[in-house]
Each structure stands twice: as structure tokens, then as C-alpha cells.
Design a protein around this ligand. Structure first.
Ligand code: NAD
Ligand code: IPM
Ligand code: MN
Length: 351
């Protein structure tokens, strides 16, 4: 028997609702096998902060680090809630985990499954993977304020880009592209304006590309990338990009792939020094929280990415096939969160 220590952080809003379904699916797909999940739940997020003033106590982070993987729902309150302004739990909790656990490869696949309606009228073949840099860029937190609150206030958010950080994610993206049939990599930046960071990306991509002569490499400025993503997403296979560009492009990709409720992700520490973390791309959706309106599919597909990462590819494929089967017959009538979970479980039991 193999025991996998899983840290579960359901979080806020719809986080616990979608994670409950992901957990049911995980239990079903592993039932009767020789893999056992040993779960520890960590109650972290906006609610915890409002109740206790704590964001991510050191001891809890250390305990999370002892796990093999992290399943994360979503955190955060209503955007702009003044009670949460000072805490910034997105930075103090979610980004802290991604940064401290060196989740430098943030995988965000975009697949338009058969039967799913895209926001695009004529989407064509949509099956690409965004590899978003996860530990630096404009997210580095290198900024500050001068003369705060005065008419002369100055605010800076400095993008931090290291050759080491860029190279490790670019290398990961080439490896990933090399393992896919199309052998194509698009790197996205804004080298015409962000010339300093752009120069590192350019140099690194060029150097690594030389080691992968079989891969077709393509560059686009991020603004143009949004055009192509909407007009002809089929041109993309693997995209590698900076942390902020990747954030924005993957919400767009979510819409193209049939909605943010289907968009899954994995924050990967490829070195295995720290647990990787798996989470839907969406947030806590306070507008629909507590009403069983959230689609848990993104969380369920994130659990599948987790199983892949843990070397349980067959189980991951079973989940994806069950989701695919459900999506093919789902229709457009709204279903409760748990009903979607039920339907995917039913598909699983048939497989
Ligand atoms: P959001 O992703 O929570 O919601 C955007 C829209 O998508 C909303 O209309 C919501 O109802 C809808 N939506 C999201 N997930 C859905 C699902 N599974 N099924 C159906 N509809 C879904 O983004 P937001 O409103 O900008 O942010 C809300 C809070 O979440 C903020 O506090 C934000 O900081 C936080 N956030 C957290 C994460 C995370 O934990 N990884 C990610 C993004 C945003
Ligand atoms: C995401 C979210 C986060 C990000 C926020 C909540 C910090 O938008 O996971 O896409 O910007 O990375
Ligand atoms: Mn985002």
C-alpha cells in the first residue's frame, strides 16, 4: 500500500463546495486500489483571517510542507472588502505558498471538450497548455509607496526576473512541448516595452531552443496573443509566459474552453523539494457561494492533474474520461454542485 499525504485547503466561498466534490471523486477512483490518501485539512483563508487575524502561521506552513501534495479550493472575500485590505491574504497565503514552495511551473491546460459550448462561435480545435511562471515577475512583491495618501503619492510594483527563474520555467515548457504530439512552443511576453525582462526571456528561450531543434518556436507579444487566442486558438500548443501575463491569458483561456468552472491548474515544483499544489483557476466566487451553483469540474480536473503528478496516470485518465463523458451529455440546464459530482461519479462507476 502506498500512502499519499494530502494537505487539503478548501478555503472560502465556493472553495469548500468544489473541493468536497473533488474529494468524492478522488475517493471513488482510488477505491479498492493500493493507494491510500491520508488527508489533513487546513482551515485557511479570509474566514479564518476575519475570525482570528491569522493568514498563514509558520507552524501550519511547516506542517503543509510535510505533505506529498496540496489540494486547494479558493480563497478570498468579496473583491474590495475593506476588512481584508490590510491582510491581503492572496499574497500572504496563496502566493506565499506558490513562492515558498517554488511552484515555478504553473500548468493551466485549456481543452474544449466535446459537447461543451465555447464563448467563441467557431473555436476550432482547442487543446493547449499554458505554462505560467509562478515565482517571480510582477508578482514578486517588490514595490512600495512614497508620500502615501498625498496628491504626490508614488507607488511602484517592480517586476523581478532572474535568469535562473526564467530558465527553469522555459526549460520545463520545452520538455513539456517535447512530450506532446505537435512539438510547438509559443512564448509570450511584451519585449517591445518590457525590454529588460524581455531580454532575459529572449536570450533564455533562444539558448534552450537550440537544445530542442525539433520544436517549432514562435513568439508573440501578449496583446497580440489575446487576439490570436480568440480568433484562432488552434494555433497554440504549449505557451510559456510570465506570471502576470499567464494569469490574464488563462482566465481568457478559461472562457474559451467553456467557462472558468472547467479550468484546472497545477502549481508544480518539478524538483520535488516541496509539495506541488493543485487548484481550480477560479476564485472563491462570493457572488454564488453557499448556493450549490459552482461547477466543481475545475476542481475535479485539478485533482486529476494531481494524480498525474503523483505518478497515478491511469487514475487521472479515468477521471478525465468520466468528466469528458459527463460534459458530452450535460446539456445546458443548470445543475447543483453536488449533482455534477454525482454525474461524474456515475460515469466513473461505469468505467
Ligand atoms: P472568481 O473567479 O471568484 O469569480 C469570477 C466569476 O466567475 C464570478 O461571476 C463567479 O461566480 C464565476 N465563477 C467562478 N468559479 C466558478 C465556478 N466553479 N462555477 C461557476 N461560476 C464560477 O473571481 P473574482 O470574483 O475576481 O474573485 C473573488 C475572490 O476570489 C477574490 O477575493 C479573489 O482575490 C479571489 N481569487 C482567489 C483565487 C484562488 O484562490 N486561487 C483565484 C482568483 C480569485
Ligand atoms: C489565480 C488568481 C491569483 C493569481 C490571485 C488570487 C493571487 O487570480 O490563481 O489565477 O493572480 O495568481
Ligand atoms: Mn487569476
Amino acid at each position: 500500500t502506498r500512502t499519499i499525504k494530502l494537505a487539503v485547503i478548501p478555503g472560502d466561498g465556493i472553495g469548500p463546495e468544489v473541493i468536497a466534490e473533488a474529494n468524492r471523486v478522488l475517493d471513488a477512483v482510488l477505491a479498492g486500489g493500493d493507494v491510500v490518501l491520508d488527508r489533513t485539512e487546513f482551515s485557511l483563508g479570509a474566514e479564518r483571517y476575519l475570525a482570528t487575524g491569522e493568514t498563514l502561521p509558520e507552524a501550519e506552513q511547516a506542517a503543509i510542507a510535510e505533505h506529498d501534495a496540496i489540494l486547494f479550493g479558493a480563497i478570498g472575500g468579496v473583491p474590495g472588502d475593506p476588512r481584508l485590505r490590510d491582510a491581503n491574504i492572496e499574497r500572504g497565503l496563496l502566493l506565499k505558498l506558490r513562492f515558498d514552495f517554488e511552484h515555478y511551473a504553473n500548468l493551466r491546460p485549456c481543452t474544449l471538450f466535446p459537447g461543451v459550448t465555447s464563448t467563441l462561435r467557431d473555436p476550432g480545435h482547442v487543446d493547449f497548455l499554458v505554462v505560467r511562471e509562478g515565482t517571480e515577475g510582477p508578482y514578486a512583491g517588490n514595490g512600495g509607496t512614497l508620500r502615501g495618501g498625498t496628491p504626490h503619492e508614488v507607488a511602484t510594483e517592480v517586476s523581478v526576473n532572474t535568469a535562473f527563474g526564467v530558465e527553469r520555467v522555459v526549460r520545463y515548457a520545452f520538455e513539456t512541448a517535447a512530450a506532446r504530439p505537435r512539438q510547438k512552443l509559443t512564448w509570450v511576453h511584451k519585449t517591445n516595452v518590457l525590454v529588460h525582462a524581455g531580454a532575459i526571456w529572449q536570450r533564455v528561450v533562444q539558448a534552450v531552443a537550440a537544445e530542442y531543434p525539433q520544436i517549432e518556436v514562435d513568439y508573440m507579444h501578449v496583446d497580440a496573443a489575446t487576439i490570436f487566442m480568440v480568433q484562432d486558438p488552434s494555433r497554440f500548443d504549449v505557451i510559456v509566459t510570465d506570471n502576470l501575463f499567464g494569469d490574464i491569458l488563462t482566465d481568457l483561456a478559461g472562457a474559451i474552453g467553456g467557462g472558468i468552472g472547467l479550468a484546472a491548474s497545477g502549481n508544480i515544483n518539478p524538483d520535488g523539494t516541496f509539495p506541488s499544489m493543485f487548484e481550480p483557476v477560479h476564485g472563491s466566487a462570493p457572488d454564488i457561494a453557499g448556493q450549490q451553483k459552482a461547477d466543481p469540474t475545475a476542481a475535479i480536473l485539478s485533482a486529476a492533474i494531481m494524480l498525474d503528478h503523483l505518478g497515478l496516470g491511469a487514475e487521472a485518465s479515468r477521471i478525465r474520461d468520466a468528466v469528458r463523458a459527463d460534459l458530452a451529455t450535460r446539456g445546458s440546464a443548470p445543475r447543483a454542485t453536488a449533482q455534477v459530482g454525482d454525474a461524474i461519479l456515475a460515469e466513473l462507476s461505469r468505467s
